[in-house]
Design a protein around this ligand. Structure first.
Ligand SMILES: [Zn+2]
Length: 431
């Protein structure tokens, strides 16, 4: 495809008008102010009048199949939400349910410009097939909840980890990666955690873990582990010896932040989820200032309840101002970087997340012709503060159109919605 006369958010997150962007063999082959000489080789000519092309979003923390729980567990504190509502519901979900739920989650993500997500859940083969069918990217991990102090190799989940690394990592032309994970400190122990981290190091995978989401989690961890915070405990067992995503990090202190900087840990910030579950406000401005790679995540649909990364980007830019009484905290560039490039880096996708020549063509196009986009004093400010996922009119992953003008060329959206509705009803009846 050749995008003609289109505005772009460039590799420095600056705005450029009237650009030509050529996509060839899955990559951004040409960017310039003039029509390329050999324009015909790019195929379809896309009229970019009134449109903005920007990097696709990278959702750094999701639980895609939890889309079945959208609107199911509301107005509850985290532990009751998890133990009384989420876990019993999830216990009734089978592999097929996970496949269809992941298809729906992915369809929603694509509709809002997200091309890739880091997903912590179960039923990895079913999720992987859904991601492959959608034509998008994902870093998948399974989520050990291992309360008994024995090596991970002695838990049933280990078979899924081995299958993940042997058969799923690299699937769909490398769009799917498999990585190591423990659900959280409070659902594991020294022995299981250490054996998972050793396994990740041996296989050279990345790591994904929930960290310091609530104040009570941190207090409990300090009681269980000689005063160590979750970040300190994870570091002591080797969790950060491989590139890692630490999801949430709401209750981290200066020592924790220093550890994360030293190990290059990415924080997946989930502002909507943290507010909905009243977990608190993550010290995002402080983490960015210290040099932490901060990416953005939606978290699961029981605590958000949508996959619109534009909303999370907006909240990331807004909350540190209000909560920190500092209107200068977080620039539009920092928020846009977190939603795109930071997530790509967190997934080990070095050549993704920027509109840059030679990079993977993971893009979204927004219709910026409406009143909320006028005037353009600063386009990126419009994107962060006035934009919505619903402004997206086209999403492209590795050069393939995966969403365009209300249609998903890779899936049967009506069937996906019907399957999800039916399966949710079945589970509700079984509870
Ligand atoms: Zn989560």
């Amino acid at each position: 495809m050749l995008f003609a006369n289109i505005g772009i958010i460039d590799e420095n997150f600056d705005y450029a008008e009237n650009q030509w962007v050529g996509v060839l063999d899955g990559r951004i082959d040409y960017i310039g102010g003039e029509e390329p000489a050999d324009a015909a080789k790019y195929g379809e000519l896309y009229d970019g009048t009134g449109k903005l092309l920007m990097p696709g979003m990278y959702n750094a923390h999701a639980h895609a199949p939890m889309t079945l729980l959208r609107g199911y567990a509301e107005n509850l504190p985290l532990q009751a939400w998890l133990e009384q509502k989420c876990w019993p519901f999830e216990g009734k979900m089978n592999g097929e349910d996970n496949y269809w739920a992941t298809l729906l989650a992915g369809a929603e993500m694509l509709r809002y410009g997200t091309v890739s997500f880091s997903d912590m859940y179960y039923y990895t083969p079913e999720r992987a097939h859904a991601v492959a069918d959608l034509g998008m990217k994902a870093n998948l991990c399974t989520s050990p909840l291992a309360f008994e102090p024995k090596p991970i190799q002695e838990f049933p989940v280990f078979a899924e980890m081995e299958d993940g690394i042997n058969n799923i990592d690299g699937m769909a032309d490398g769009r799917i990666k498999f990585e190591g994970c423990i659900h959280a400190e409070y659902t594991n122990n020294d022995v299981t955690a250490k054996t998972v981290f050793d396994w990740a190091r041996e296989h050279g995978t990345r790591m994904h873990v929930h960290v310091s989401e609530t104040e009570s989690e941190v207090n409990g961890c300090r009681e269980r582990h000689d005063g160590m915070s979750p970040v300190q405990w994870l570091e002591s067992l080797g969790a950060f010896d491989v590139p890692a995503i630490a999801a949430h990090c709401v209750w981290v202190d200066d020592d924790d932040i220093a550890i994360m900087v030293a190990h290059g840990v990415t924080v997946a910030h989930n502002p909507a989820s943290n507010m909905k579950l009243a977990s608190g406000f993550a010290p995002v401005a402080k983490m960015l200032e210290a040099g932490v790679n901060v990416a953005l995540g939606t978290d699961g649909m029981a605590s958000n309840n949508n996959h619109d990364m534009f909303q999370d980007m907006y909240l990331m830019a807004m909350l540190p101002k209000g909560a920190g009484l500092d209107p200068t905290a977080i620039t539009p560039k920092q928020a846009a970087f977190a939603a795109t490039r930071a997530g790509a880096l967190a997934q080990g996708r070095e050549d993704c997340g920027l509109v840059k020549q030679g990079f993977a063509a993971d893009l979204c196009v927004l219709d910026v012709s409406g009143p909320s986009w006028c005037p353009v004093n600063d386009m990126l400010t419009n994107v962060v503060y006035a934009g919505h996922g619903s402004d997206v009119v086209l999403t492209m992953c590795d050069g393939k159109v995966v969403y365009r003008d209300g249609a998903w060329p890779t899936i049967d959206i009506d069937r996906v919605k019907a399957e999800v509705a039916e399966r949710t009803q079945r589970i509700q009846k079984e509870l």
